[in-house]
Design a protein around this ligand. Structure first.
Ligand SMILES: [Zn+2]
Length: 224
């Protein structure tokens, strides 16, 4: 009986994996290839279309601006078993269909995750908040419909710190680029990819270290 049960489980696994594979689609455009797969038969086709369109709109721009050597082939997986929002590893972005169906306007999740592919820091020599801050800074700068998702940079608050990551850090980075020195974040991104980043880079680029920059930011945090 035990053997029979094991066989049933194996058969089920094969069936499930072949269902996933069957739903694969390969889309090629301007030198980039996107493989799309989904194990959610109920996923909105319009949303699928928008996710794919966003990729082909944003990814070549990010590649050109930040890393021409970035992967030419990317994979999207709509996976009902995945319970986060979205995540990226080895050129594969997994999306939660539940999250995306509930937040269909949040299309620039693609922009944030695609930037992680472009970043390609490998085993990063920098902290995690820096990686995520840059990805959200990029979403702010290159996102195609942040307004439609009600996605904005949060106002500065004295309780914040640049290590808070994501949007809080992204706003700080936007301030650095607009009020201190344009191109700073691009240079930091490059140094993380080259594995030459050290915290001293901020001083080299702007004349101030991170804490000094944050103090100046907190005294006059306007980014407009
Ligand atoms: Zn991220």
């Amino acid at each position: 009986m035990k053997k029979h049960k094991l066989f049933t489980i194996l058969l089920l696994a094969v069936l499930l994996s072949s269902t996933f594979a069957k739903a694969q689609e390969v889309i090629k455009k301007n030198g980039y290839t996107l493989t799309y797969e989904s194990n959610d038969a109920n996923f909105d086709p319009q949303l699928k279309k928008r996710l794919i369109e966003t990729f082909f709109k944003v990814y070549p721009v990010l590649a050109k601006e930040y890393n021409l050597k970035t992967l030419k082939e990317v994979k999207f997986a709509i996976d009902t078993a995945y319970k986060g929002v979205a995540a990226t590893s080895n050129g594969r972005i997994v999306f939660s269909p539940e999250y995306m169906m509930k937040h269909p306007g949040d299309i620039d999740v693609v922009t944030h995750e695609a930037m992680h592919i472009v970043q390609d820091y490998g085993r990063s020599v920098g902290p995690g908040w820096l990686t995520e801050g840059i990805a959200d800074y990029i979403r702010y700068k290159h996102g195609i419909d942040n307004a439609g998702a009600n996605w904005a940079l949060p106002d500065f608050k004295p309780t914040q710190n640049y290590k808070n990551s994501y949007r809080i850090t992204a706003r700080f980075f936007t301030w650095i680029d607009t009020k201190v020195k344009n191109g700073t974040i691009k240079a930091v991104d490059k140094s993380l990819r080259d594995h030459t980043y050290t915290p001293e880079l901020w001083t080299k680029l702007t004349g101030k270290n991170l804490d000094e920059l944050w103090t100046a930011y907190s005294e006059n945090p306007s980014i407009s």
